[in-house]
Write a protein that binds this ligand. Structure first.
Ligand SMILES: NC(=O)c1ccc[n+]([C@@H]2O[C@H](COP(=O)([O-])OP(=O)(O)OC[C@H]3O[C@@H](n4cnc5c(N)ncnc54)[C@H](OP(=O)(O)O)[C@@H]3O)[C@@H](O)[C@H]2O)c1
Length: 329
């Protein structure tokens, strides 16, 4: 099956407008067993997804290994974007040495079973790394050695994204962008476009809030970050529900569902909103099962949102969400 493909910045690769996030296939989202993980990957690839987003730390390598195992049984080769940097212990800029960067990259090459990684994204690196030439010189050397074909940065904030694209070797940015996280539209996406840097839009469903399926009484398992990181206990709280307080998000998602209307699943509507923002290359929703994959891929064939839907969504953001997130990331 074919899906709309877009060029990923200057990498020379074309990737599907709907990708697949595979954090769920590693850990932190309750248990996803081997069979379910394989089914998710096959369903995505069968539906025309050609970009997978993973990281060396998702399940301490389990997500990468599961991708290698699934691809071994197939003839197609998606673009696999991985990440490096969060194995740093302690998690601080001083750990971003050439030796550590090389070791992290080599481990991902082994996990994924490839000589050359398609894309390595620095995984929300500590702020001081943005000014550290050694980090970027090492990445350039890894490209020259063909250990990696390209590199980018996954950022927490708009300010970090603007700093990252000052680096001429950066080919992609990964940012949180969704109906509840609009700030990248103002400066970051236009700047990335001018620099011809690809955009991977993550947490597009605000960790599931923008499916409209939760209510105030919904609970999550102990090993799910939507339980254990609700207040940023383990990592940046912006990665959990996009930083929107759960009850606020549940209520606002009801309005989003009403704007989508009865005939369009809220999740696909939310993904369509993301991929229609100028500058976005691909959106990478996470999925725990095959029906979620299929629901997400359907966004690629959905009609663009109407003007009145777009302005209604902006109103929901301004009235309910902006105060919680806009000046924070
Ligand atoms: N620092 C970083 O670089 C970073 C941080 C976060 C994420 N990411 C990447 O971005 C990807 C996407 O972000 P995310 O997974 O955090 O959040 P997300 O895509 O906003 O939300 C994923 C969750 O939404 C629900 N869902 C997905 N599709 C659905 C559908 N069609 N119908 C109903 N529910 C659906 C599922 O929730 P249930 O589990 O409740 O079913 C799923 O676990 C990750 O997988 C990862 O690859 C990167």
């Amino acid at each position: 099956m074919s899906m709309e493909q877009r060029p990923l910045g200057r990498t020379g690769a074309d990737v599907s407008v709907i990708g697949l996030g595979t954090w769920q296939l590693g850990g932190d989202w309750g248990d996803v067993d081997d069979d379910a993980a394989a089914e998710v990957l096959d369903a995505a690839l069968d539906a025309g997804v050609t970009l997978l987003d993973t990281a060396d730390v998702y399940g301490d390598g389990r997500s990468e290994v599961r991708i290698r195992q699934s691809l071994a049984a197939r003839s197609d080769r998606p673009f696999v974007a991985t990440k490096a940097g969060r194995r740093a212990d302690p998690f601080e800029a001083a750990q971003y040495t050439p030796e550590n960067l090389r070791a992290w990259v080599d481990r991902s090459r082994r996990n994924l079973g490839v000589d050359t990684l398609d894309l390595v994204q620095l995984h929300c690196p500590p702020p001081a790394t943005y000014e550290d030439d050694r980090v970027y010189d090492t990445l350039d050397a890894l490209v020259a050695e063909e250990a990696i074909a390209a590199y980018g940065v996954s950022v927490e904030s708009v300010a970090e994204g603007l700093r990252a694209i000052q680096r001429p070797g950066v080919q992609s940015l990964q940012v949180i962008l969704n109906i509840f996280r609009r700030k990248p539209l103002e400066e970051l996406l236009p700047a990335a476009r001018r620099a011809d840097v690809g955009i991977l839009a993550r947490v597009p469903l605000a960790s599931g809030l923008l499916t409209g399926k939760y209510d105030e009484s919904t609970t999550f398992p102990a090993d799910d970050h939507r339980n254990f990181n609700r207040h940023g206990e383990a990592f940046d709280v912006g990665e959990t529900f996009a930083g929107v307080p759960f009850e606020v998000g549940v209520d606002a998602a009801r309005e989003v569902a009403a704007i989508a209307g009865p005939d369009v699943p809220t999740s696909a509507f939310a993904l369509r909103w993301v991929i229609d923002q100028p500058g976005v290359t691909t959106v990478i929703p996470g999925a725990r099962n095959v029906s979620q994959v299929r629901g997400n891929v359907a966004a690629a064939t959905l009609a663009p949102l109407s003007q009145s839907q777009l302005s209604d969504l902006e109103r929901v953001y301004d009235e309910r969400i902006r105060a919680h997130v806009h000046d924070r990331w």
